[in-house]
Design a protein around this ligand. Sequence first.
Ligand code: FPP
Length: 254
Amino acid sequence: MSDDLTGSAQSLPRHIAVVMDGNGRWANKRYLPRVAGHKAGVNATRRIVENCAKAEIEALTIFAFSSENWNRPVEEVSSLMALFITTISAEVKKLNKKNVCVSFIGDRSRFSDKLQDSINESERLTKDNTGLHLNIAANYGGRWDVVNACKKLLVQVENDEISVQDIDEGSFSASMSLGDCPPPDLFIRTGGEQRISNFLIWQLAYTELYFVDTLWPDFSDEDFDTALQWFAGRQRRFGKTGQQITTELVQEKN
Ligand code: FPP
C-alpha cells in the first residue's frame, strides 16, 4: 500500500478506522451483563469486516481494547480477554479463507501468553493474504504510538543508522503503527460520543470524522452504507481551497 496523501476525487475510502462504542449500554438496556454486549459486538465486527471486504476497501482498523481499558472492573477485563481468545481462534480460519490479512497494533506484551500466541498465530497464518487488511488495535493508545515511534527513531540515531535531519513527517509516520497503510480516510465512532479517545491521534490528522448514535452491536449493513454515502459527499481539501479542488477535478476529467 502506498502513502498517497493528495487524495483527489475519492468516493470510497481506502482505509476506515472504527471506535466500536456502545456495547455496555446495549447490554444494560436488555438487563444483561456487559460482556453480553461485547459478544453482540463481535457479530457487528464480523459484519463490518465482510462489508469492507465486499466493497474492496483496502484497510479496516478497529479499536478492540485501549491502553486505558485496563482500568475497567477486573471481571469485565477478564471477560474481554477470554472473548478475544475465543473470537480470534473461531474467526481467523474464516478470515484466512476470505483472503483477509490480520495484524494487531498496540503493546501485546501485557497480554497472557495464550492471547499473545493466538495473536501471533493469526498474523502468521494470514500474512501473505492480499485482500482486506484488518488491523486490530489491542492495548493500543495513540500517545503510546507516538512515544514508541520517537524511541525507535532515537535508537536508529544512536546506532548511526540515521541522522536527526532524516527525521521528518514521512519517516515518523513509517515508524508508527500502520506505517505501511495509507492514513484512514474515514473514522466511524458509534455510541453517540464525539471524541477520538486516544485512537490513532497522528494518523487521523486529515481523516473525515463520522459520529453516529447507533450502539455498536446494532451497527447494521445499512448503517455502513449510510456512512459510506456520507463520506462520498465530503470534499477533502488537505489545506487547499474548495476552488482549487474543483479545478483539479475538472482537469483530471479532461
Ligand atoms: C466499547 O464499548 C467496546 C469495547 C471496549 C470492546 C470492543 C470489543 C469488541 C466489539 C470485540 C471485538 C473482538 C475482536 C477479537 C476484534 P463500551 O463497553 O465502552 O460501551 P459503553 O460505552 O456502552 O459502556
